[in-house]
Design a protein around this ligand. Structure first.
Ligand code: SF4
Length: 262
């Protein structure tokens, strides 16, 4: 079964004569020479439908006209060219593959003729429409949006502390983060306080420090009273100090460092 993408919401008011004519030809029947309003054209090979305000089918070439009530827009030109691509490939309705040789937009301030595409350009547009429809269908059937992790983008992302995908791939980016030498993101298993200003923990995930490495986190603010040992801490932008006298890696939380319990 073919799933169709549809362009165009119909809003063109027609006279009775043209409406009845096009309704007869809506769907999969061959369009004979004539004039059709709100003509529903569809291409199975592309998986696209379009509803054309006015379609003039002639033996030498066809005309597609669309009526617009608002401002001029390049999107309207693309819409007409998409109609032309669908019409050319409308297997049942345009078996003779008659091309649309005239494309016209009719605005309140007058008509505008839109240049038709060459055969190659038309084929390229048709291919793009097929790809776009396929991507849209895929997005609909995907149950959840997918996060795309990137070593260049994620380290600057403001919600990375909440992004499980980010923490999952963090260790694979060892060295990819150019701040790695000094400023790090790391996930810790919180072990408790060491005095009022230092939190002890062990590395769960980090792009710089190995898993299970012992850490002393120097805080500028007290941690929440409800924090308990073994809870997970996520530290964004902590600064690694050279001080190893405690036998632990010392991370300093500065003004721009963020610390979360999750
Ligand atoms: S951290 Fe997560 S939310 Fe942020 S850019 Fe990366 S994948 Fe997207």
């Amino acid at each position: 079964m073919v799933n169709f993408s549809v362009i165009k919401v119909v809003n063109f008011s027609m006279d009775k004569h043209t409406r009845s004519r096009s309704d007869d030809y809506r769907g999969t029947r061959q369009f004979q020479t004539g004039t059709y309003s709100e003509a529903c054209i569809e291409s199975g090979v592309m998986g696209w439908k379009g509803i054309v305000d006015l379609l003039l089918v002639r033996s030498e070439g066809c005309e597609i006209i669309d009526f617009k009530s608002g401002e001029h827009s390049p999107d309207h030109e693309l819409q007409l060219r998409a109609y032309a691509a669908i019409w050319l490939r409308a297997e049942s309705q345009n078996a003779e593959q008659r091309r649309a040789t005239t494309l016209k937009l009719v605005y309140p301030d007058g008509p505008v003729e839109v240049q038709t595409l060459s055969s190659d350009e038309d084929a390229e547009l048709a291919s793009q429409l097929v790809s776009r429809a396929e991507a849209a269908r895929q997005a609909i059937v995907d149950p959840l949006p997918r996060a795309t992790t990137s070593a260049s983008e994620c380290p600057r992302c403001q919600v990375r502390h909440l992004c499980e995908e980010y923490w999952q791939v963090l260790q694979e980016w060892r060295g990819a983060d150019d701040r790695a030498a000094r400023f790090v993101d790391l996930e810790l298993a919180y072990e408790g306080m060491d005095g009022a200003s230092f939190a002890r923990g062990r590395v769960l995930r980090s792009s710089v420090l190995a898993s299970d490495a012992p850490v002393l986190l120097r805080l500028t603010e007290p941690i929440p009273s409800w924090a308990s040992p073994e809870q997970t801490m996520r530290v964004l932008g902590g600064r690694i100090l050279d001080d190893t006298s405690s036998g632990r890696f010392v991370i300093s939380a500065g003004e721009l460092t963020e610390v979360y319990f999750v």
